[in-house]
Design a protein around this ligand. Sequence first.
Ligand code: HSE
Length: 334
Amino acid sequence: MKVFICGFGTVGQGFCEVIARRRQFIRDRYGEDVVIVGAMDSRSYAYDPNGFDPERLVERKISDKRVGDREYTDSVQVLEGIDYDILVEVSPTDVKTGGVGLKNIICALENKKDVITVNKGPLALRFSELTDLAKRNGCLLRFEGSVGGAMPIINLCRENLVGENICSLRGIFNGTCNFILSKMDKGQPFEQALKEAQQMGYAETDPTNDIEGYDSACKIAILANTVFGRDVTFNDVRITGITSITEDAVALAASRNMVIRLIGEVSETKLEVGPRLVPKGHPLSISGTLNTAQILSDLAGPITVTGRGAGRLETASAILSDLVSIMDERVKPQ
Ligand code: HSE
């Protein structure tokens, strides 16, 4: 399988490392390699039909601050001119327009390529259009890592819980906000906690997307479409962020044995993100950068999953699971 990576930043580099670390697993399972035929960052790209050593690509990006020696102005033009089977689209999220990621995904699907993405913008804005396009062209579109990073939630609901009637899903889908609110529990001011979250590389390129609840809202829209079969966009979500949460409010909650957490909720009728009071000790009262989701279904009852919602290797692990699912269909395990 020939893979091309668009938006080659930390997650793309993590994916290369994962491919290198799982080389033998892939060989044993399919009798062939995953060949990384190239990658593109915001200004350059590398392409070789024979493939690159994935670790070399990472080294080059780190040392030269660019992945390739070829410059480009239009990513679609590059994608139209190269040969690959699967596009891994990991460009930064643009919640207003879908950004370059949307164009790349449409281009790949129009050219009958399978796509794996963790880019929330395109999915939260144009979900039905993209899934229809994939279906029409016989392509697979996978996006496990777009919600909750390494925390399995989409495939858990769609595969393991297939046949269940899922009544509701609620959880913490933004590590930056949860980190800030947990720090505020300990008396740290908002701004200082945000700065720390940015230094850890957790926050979005524009942290407004985190603290105003837009990042969580994208994930809630994606879950509404995939788990509840709704046809919604990011703009349909009722959103309140955490910027108006004061130190006094956090202290008042604590005096009542509660914490404030940014909770996303989705069901057949609900589509909301906002700060909520959560009793201490409740599964949704977790601290730090973790994500967590509570699924309520009719036969299985409540199920809670918790995991790392972002990170280089963590998000790449979700891409690997999508890759395996595509290869199981296209190549078949041996
Ligand atoms: N900025 C996001 C977060 C990263 O803080 O959870 C993953 O979407």
